[in-house]
Design a protein around this ligand. Sequence first.
Ligand SMILES: [Zn+2]
Ligand SMILES: [Zn+2]
Length: 155
Amino acid sequence: MEQENKHQKKSNKAGKTYQGSCFCGAVQLKVTGDPVAMGYCHCDSCRSWSAGPVNAFTLWNPEAVEVTRGADNIGTFNKTPNSYRKWCKTCGGHLFTEHPTMGLTDVYAATIPDFPYQPAIHVNYQETRLHIRDGLPKMKDVPKEMGGSGVSLPD
Ligand SMILES: [Zn+2]
Ligand SMILES: [Zn+2]
């Protein structure tokens, strides 16, 4: 990518591709283009499943996400019909979550390290265990357009 000049970078932006993988590399994927939204989720489910205090998410149209290796090595668990969580059966590393009811796929920011992650929002902040005072909007649950209350909370 270093060799590209500025003009090429601009014209290629819509189709730009970023590689991702699980912890061990058995599963590889790529995302293409731009995500629909990026931010941090503070919900109990993300915390419990990831064993981390927050989930850094990037939401994509499902067509933008392609598993390029190890598709048969992906495990799935859905506690609810809203979230199908995916991980590598070899290393247990988390990959992404399909949200069929939203029509979007959350590829965890950590799964695609070269992607220029630019969080714009915190969601489900009423469930937070780790306050992040970065000045970004803090939604009590999720924005109205995603079926939430649209209520904001302080940092
Ligand atoms: Zn793996
Ligand atoms: Zn969550």
